[in-house]
Design a protein around this ligand. Structure first.
Ligand SMILES: *Cc1c(COP(=O)(O)O)cnc(C)c1O
Length: 446
């Protein structure tokens, strides 16, 4: 998400790094697409300057139309855990393509992938496929309200669940309060039942339950936050949320659009051993094509139409190509168990970046869970959005551009997590650490 706007590219120490073809492509796009992009973060609002336009991706690398090669730490913002262009995934999509791209009628593969998801995600017995994480979160919130007959939902400040009206809220003056719309076009009525709460703060959530007894349909969160930079849950936080919601007949909903199949095959809920009532999935589940899902017990999912009364539908839901890519991706993850490798390689990155910052006396914190990682330019640990906002975003912007010019493609905001894929090698990691050292030396003139 964009938290600030700098119009110009920060000065960089590599005058040989130029983006003339990309700049022309961007100017052309800006004439016909708002901001030149189809999703705001891609426009580099948080780091300034104009984005490189991409041409091709393979494994851990991206190539832009100006001919630069990058080590990719975005992975399409999460889906590409197997790296780009996995041959088995591509073959599955190609084979499926030959039989037709969309039928608007049921296909066998939809049950096959639902069985696979149910077999690996602890909270899921049944699921419904949709086409984006936004749709999954929106539908899950509707289901939680339909099942409980309650209206209010609790959302954590700084957590992102897609561009759902009722979830586009920002904090008011008090820490725990009714949210205010944070986009024009979202009416006060759309957010009147959304309560905001700081992440990792059990007292704040207890207070909300005291203020609104028997009214809260769902507590919604990213179990490991990735949309304000990487922020892990404090120890016992998820367990305590589980206890509080259970006691109150409130649905605990994990938005695992980013963490699902990423932090473990069964997501954060497997990794932390805390099972929510309702789960939203996306990103990896589409294997790089548009797919997402929400799932729960048979009892809860049985309330979704047509078996129940909570309405939800989609022309392209369960699309054959997206199901083929997602199915093959999850199948490979299950078969190959890449999680120990991802842990090992990303912890090397964590240690390397920490050491570089320490040696150069740059106030910074590297926060990591599994293959999700953020270098915060912040001298305190980050546990919530208020902490995250104290980071030096101007320094991040300069660092981002220095890294880009050295062939490392990081998320273009201090408030986004980076992702490592199974195709990143030890030498990619070492090259990244060296680029980070050189970048910081260039910035601080050392
Ligand atoms: C990306 C993301 C979404 C939104 O998914 P889209 O496919 O972009 O609509 C929702 N929740 C979380 C946690 C995400 O990371």
């Amino acid at each position: 998400m964009s938290h600030q706007n700098q119009a110009t590219t920060p000065a960089i120490s590599r005058p040989d790094y130029t983006l003339s073809a990309s700049e022309a492509a961007f100017e052309r796009a800006c004439r016909v697409i708002p901001g030149g992009v189809n999703s705001p973060a891609r426009a580099f609002g948080a780091v300034g300057g104009k984005p490189p336009f991409m041409k091709r991706a393979e494994g851990a690398y991206l190539w832009d139309i100006d001919g630069h090669q990058y080590i990719d730490y975005i992975g399409s913002w999460g889906p590409m855990i197997l790296g780009h262009g996995n041959p088995q995934v591509l073959k599955s999509v190609r084979d499926t393509l030959e039989d037709g791209t969309s039928f608007g009628a049921p296909t066998e593969r939809e049950a096959e992938i639902a069985e696979l998801v149910a077999s690996v995600v602890p909270s899921i017995e049944m699921c419904r496929f949709v086409s984006s994480g936004t749709e999954a979160a929106m539908s899950a919130v509707r289901l939680a309200r339909g099942v409980t007959g309650r209206h209010k939902i609790v959302k954590m400040t700084g957590h992102y669940h897609g561009h759902v009206d009722s979830l586009l809220v920002q904090a008011g003056s008090a820490a725990t309060t009714l949210g205010a719309p944070n986009s024009p076009g979202v009416t006060p009525g759309a957010v009147v039942d959304t309560l905001l709460c700081p992440f990792n703060d059990i007292e704040a959530i207890q207070e909300l339950f005291r203020q609104h007894p028997d009214q809260i349909a769902a507590v919604l969160l990213e179990p490991v936050a990735g949309n304000m930079g990487l922020v892990p849950p404090r120890s016992d936080y998820l367990e305590q949320l589980r206890e509080i919601t259970e006691k109150s007949g409130t649905i605990l909903m994990f938005d695992e659009v980013m963490t699902g199949f990423r932090l473990a095959l069964g997501g954060a809920q497997e990794r932390y051993g805390v099972t929510p009532d309702l789960t939203a999935l996306g990103k990896i589940i589409g294997g790089g094509l548009p797919a997402a899902a929400y799932g729960a017990s048979k009892q809860i999912m049985g309330q979704v139409s047509p078996s129940g009364k909570v309405f939800q539908a989609g022309t392209l839901s369960g699309n054959p190509l997206a199901m083929a890519a997602g199915m093959e991706t999850v199948r490979i993850l299950k078969e190959t168990n890449p999680y120990p490798y991802l842990e090992q390689i990303t912890s090397q990155l964590e240690e390397g970046l920490t050491k570089v910052c320490h040696d150069l006396k740059v106030p910074a914190r590297v926060q990591r869970v599994g293959s999700m990682i953020t270098l915060f330019f912040n001298d305190e640990p980050v546990w919530n959005y208020e902490d995250a906002k104290r980071s030096d975003t101007a320094l991040f912007g300069r660092f981002f551009w220095e890294m880009l010019a050295r062939g490392v493609y990081l998320p273009c905001s201090q408030f986004e997590a980076a992702f490592v894929s199974v195709r990143h090698t030890e030498s990619d990691i070492q090259e990244t650490i060296k680029a980070a050292g050189d970048s910081l030396k260039a910035i601080f003139g050392k």
